[in-house]
Design a protein around this ligand. Structure first.
Ligand SMILES: NC(=O)c1ccc[n+]([C@@H]2O[C@H](COP(=O)([O-])OP(=O)(O)OC[C@H]3O[C@@H](n4cnc5c(N)ncnc54)[C@H](OP(=O)(O)O)[C@@H]3O)[C@@H](O)[C@H]2O)c1
Length: 315
């Protein structure tokens, strides 16, 4: 099968298209014909072998992925696709099922034509794909969606409360705006002014320029501030957060679960949550896809099409 492998940490050019042995599903595994994956911020850090601005996170990243060089050659943490074959012990999926999920904690990622994942495991998720999501949208939902959901849940955000989503134009940010809106919160978004209009369309009532977060009068301050890009300067907090308000950041540990994915699917079915897609690349263009995301300005999610043989369309 065709796969993208990397054998050293570094710039996008470390990613090489190659012929790789097609995996075979073991007892409790399913073999997925991968349709789409993503280039997330997390994949970039792992490819580089370092987490910007944190020795601790870099150390943990290298501990899991290989101290000197990557020990898991295939990247790609999100996927959508079709079940091609199942192991003898699999009971919840059958060949032909359309699925989506993550590869968190597994040895191989989704930048390949085929991927084996367990039917169930502790760190990641795989689930039947909702009919209303296309393969591209489904691949882009799990990581950003579950992260935004968990970290907003942690703040206790309620209907009518004022929340600021800082870094609203990234993957986590676009999900956070829509989830907070769905819960009935009064949503403000901090982003570049050029992104203001489409983020307003996601449900933000006010747009603040993230380059210029001026002092706000007390009544305009927020009950909750959520840093969705991990770049919030804490000294700005007292300028924006009400006394007793809650701060949450993507620089926290999160945990994936089928329950979280189900909660997101309910919002999708209600028409309240739509994955925001930026550019789409073919698997052969993986270097260009990473170069684009490396620039740090993607809007929502960048998708990689892993199955060149089928037209997976927008829906
Ligand atoms: N805890 C977890 O489990 C978890 C899961 C997923 C992601 N994350 C982390 O979450 C972070 C965000 O990932 P992501 O994929 O959602 O975002 P992303 O797509 O990488 O963010 C890019 C967006 O952020 C905006 N941005 C850049 N610098 C900014 C700043 N200083 N202030 C406000 N906005 C800024 C950019 O807008 P402009 O173009 O206008 O600059 C761009 O649209 C990453 O650090 C990632 O590692 C954590």
């Amino acid at each position: 099968m065709k796969a993208v492998i990397y054998t050293e940490y570094g710039p996008p050019s470390v990613l090489k298209i190659t012929e790789w042995e097609r995996p075979r599903p073991r007892n409790h595994e399913i073999l997925v014909r991968v349709k789409a994956s993503t280039v997330s911020a997390g994949v970039i850090w792992v490819r580089q072998g370092q987490y910007p601005g944190s020795w601790l996170f870099t150390f943990l990243l290298r501990l899991f992925n290989g101290i000197r060089r990557p020990k898991h050659p295939i990247l790609g943490y999100e996927f959508s696709g079709m079940v091609e074959a199942i192991g003898a012990g699999v009971s919840s999926f059958k060949p032909g099922d359309e699925v989506y999920g993550t590869t968190t904690g597994l040895n191989n990622g989704a930048y390949a034509e085929y991927l084996c994942v367990p039917e169930k495991w502790k760190l990641g998720v795989v689930k039947l794909k909702p009919q209303s999501l296309g393969f591209k949208e489904a691949a882009a939902l799990p990581v950003g969606g579950m992260t935004a959901l968990q970290l907003l849940q942690k703040t206790g955000l309620k209907k009518g409360r004022r929340v600021l989503i800082y870094g609203a134009s990234g993957s986590v940010g676009t999900y956070a705006v829509q989830i907070a809106k769905y819960w009935g919160a009064n949503v403000s978004a901090a982003c570049s002014p050029s992104n203001g209009e489409w983020i307003r369309n996601l449900g933000a009532e006010a747009i603040l320029d993230y380059h210029n977060l001026d002092f706000l009068p007390e009544k305009e301050k927020f009950d909750v501030v959520f840093d969705a890009v991990g770049k919030f300067e804490k000294r700005t907090l007292k300028l924006l957060l009400k006394k007793g308000g809650t701060f949450s950041s993507v620089k926290s540990l999160t945990h994936e679960s089928l329950e979280k994915l189900e909660a997101l699917e309910k919002m999708v079915e209600a028409g309240a949550l739509n994955p925001v897609l930026d550019r789409t690349y073919a698997l052969d263009e993986i270097v260009a896809a990473h170069e684009y995301v490396d620039l740090g300005h993607k809007k929502g999610n960048v998708v990689v099409i892993c199955d060149a043989s089928s037209n997976i369309g927008d829906h």
